[in-house]
Design a protein around this ligand. Structure first.
Ligand code: GRF
Length: 224
């Protein structure tokens, strides 16, 4: 891996709406994130992410898993396409699949995902519904590196978000999403500055100042 990258090259994988993809585009445009998006890959020809890529002049590919002989072939193809474009970091932005080994091996600790819960609580689908049904008072979102498991990789940043008694899945999802759009570009920024160190299953953030606590929750900050 390169020690110093002047402009981090991102490869984004997205299956749908792409609001997190958009938050990364906006952070780059707004110059709070020094990176460029080299490629969007989607498994869904109807993904709204495609329109976002077109609007911002980002190259995209539609790759359908059922057109490949196996899961490994699908992920080997993705890995090849990302490598050919010199991608340094792979961003899963609502990519609704478990990542296959060829991609994980090629980009070990260089694939990030965002999950709408405070992992390790509520992995998998419908995490916001799971949180409501369990009765937790606080949920949130997590940016983590991707390993072979389902939402199990080393945690980079989390944001805590309150859950209210009358929340529906939609309302809680929307509240959490606002924080997702904040912490995902932030995690990528830390990576771009070479400040993320993975030690086993934990992540250390070098020179972490008070404004970069790994729990991003302004109201809590005054007490810690
Ligand atoms: C987000 O809630 C994200 O946490 C989860 O999938 C959703 C994707 O939303 N992994 P979007 O496509 O980024 O709008």
């Amino acid at each position: 891996m390169k020690k110093y990258v002047s402009t981090l090259r991102l490869g984004v994988l997205a299956s749908g709406r792409g609001s997190n993809f958009q938050s990364i585009i906006d952070a780059i445009d707004g110059k709070t994130l020094k990176a460029e998006i080299a490629l969007l890959i989607t498994d869904n020809p109807a993904a709204l992410s495609i329109g976002r890529a077109e609007k911002h002049g980002i190259e995209y590919l539609v790759l359908k898993p059922n057109e490949f002989g196996s899961k490994d072939e699908f992920y080997a193809r993705i890995s090849g396409d990302l490598k050919r474009r010199g991608v340094d970091l792979v961003i899963l932005a609502g990519f609704m699949r478990i990542i296959g080994k060829p991609l994980i091996d090629a980009f070990r600790n260089r694939i990030m995902n965002i999950h709408p819960a405070l992992l390790p609580a509520f992995p998998g689908l419908h995490s916001q519904k799971q949180a409501i049904e369990y009765g937790v008072r606080i949920s949130g979102c997590t940016v983590h590196f991707v390993d072979e498991g389902m939402d199990t990789g080393p945690i980079i940043i989390q944001a805590a978000v309150p859950v209210y008694h009358d929340d529906t899945e939609e309302i809680l999802s929307e509240r959490i999403l606002k924080f997702e759009h904040n912490i995902y570009p932030e995690a990528i920024r830390l990576f771009s500055e070479g400040r993320i160190v993975v030690e086993g299953r934990t992540v250390k953030i070098k020179e972490n100042g008070p404004s970069e606590q790994s729990v991003v929750n302004p109201r809590v900050r005054e007490f810690i």
